[in-house]
Ligand binder design. Structure first.
Ligand code: KIV
Ligand code: NA
Length: 277
């Protein structure tokens, strides 16, 4: 299928077609997503937890993100790929944000980048959008600032808190972002935002009434085992499949069942005797 772009996503919103979106961090996962017909791939800084084994996203570096984006691009050459700006890559200044965002496009051939925050990053989004880059906002639960939020907690559950989420959404659109991702807020609030904004509004853990859905691959295929958020639907148990394969292999080697004759290269016909000597 032809790679989708911004205008396709605008049309999909207009026509009420849902965008399908998943994270991927490496070549095989990206190729599976593309083969499944996924509309977008996010190379999230969740790679810190899902592939690098960190407790959170804070330690993830620009080098980590660029390297994983490159692998994903190689695995999904015909899919819209979004890079995720890691903590520390845009907090200092608009200039720092633009310089690091540019790296994603020049070095990893992404189609868009994403950063966390609304009102507090309005000038960052504007600077990057003015520089000609597609920028996606990310509000609600923002894992990089889970400290101040008091942990990985749903946001906007009461009207006072919802007001902050709405202010953030308006700031993201005003700044020139092409799309907005809303994480872990009630569907009522998501629906309000999807209707209020002209740009597409996507959900991760924020219910159905919006323009598309994102899930973290490690969660939805049962590969990440530390915890699974309430909003995840688990479609497979890859951890079990792989662990069982490894167990069988261990057993086979220990009992001499592997390798079998069919797994061996054989000496040329008629030369067996020379080997026996
Ligand atoms: O890094 C990531 O995967 C994300 C999602 C949690 C939205 O930003
Ligand atoms: Na992220």
């Amino acid at each position: 299928a032809k790679k989708k772009g911004r205008l396709d996503f605008v049309n999909m919103k207009k026509n009420g077609e849902q965008v399908t979106w998943v994270t991927a961090y490496d070549f095989p996962m990206a190729s599976f997503a593309e083969a499944a017909g996924m509309d977008m791939i996010l190379v999230g800084d969740s790679l810190g937890m899902i592939t690098l084994g960190y407790q959170g996203t804070i330690p993830v570096t620009m080098e980590d993100c660029i390297s994983h984006c490159k692998a994903v691009r190689r695995g999904a050459p015909n899919t819209f790929v979004m890079g995720d700006m890691p903590f520390g890559s845009y907090q200092v200044s608009d200039q720092q944000a633009v310089e690091n965002a540019v790296r994603f496009f020049k070095e990893a051939d992404v189609d868009a980048i994403k950063l966390e925050g609304g009102v507090r990053v309005e000038s960052r989004i504007k600077a990057m959008a003015d520089a000609g880059m597609l920028v996606c906002g990310h509000i609600g639960l923002t894992p990089q600032s889970s400290g101040p939020l008091g942990g990985f907690k749903a946001q906007g559950l009461d009207p006072a808190s919802a007001r902050y989420v709405i202010e953030d959404a308006l700031a993201v659109e005003r700044a020139g972002a092409y799309a907005l991702l809303v994480e872990a807020v009630p569907p009522e609030l998501t629906q309000f935002l999807a209707k209020k904004l002209t740009i597409p509004v996507y959900s991760i853990g924020a219910g159905a009434p919006c323009d598309g859905q994102l899930l973290i691959c490690g969660d939805m295929i049962g590969m990440f085992q530390a915890f699974t958020p309430k909003f995840v639907k688990v479609y497979a148990n890859v951890a079990e499949v792989i662990t069982n394969a490894f167990k069988e292999y261990v057993e086979d080697v220990r009992t001499g069942k592997f390798p079998g004759d069919e797994h061996c290269y054989h000496v040329r016909k008629g030369m067996e005797e020379e080997y026996a000597a």
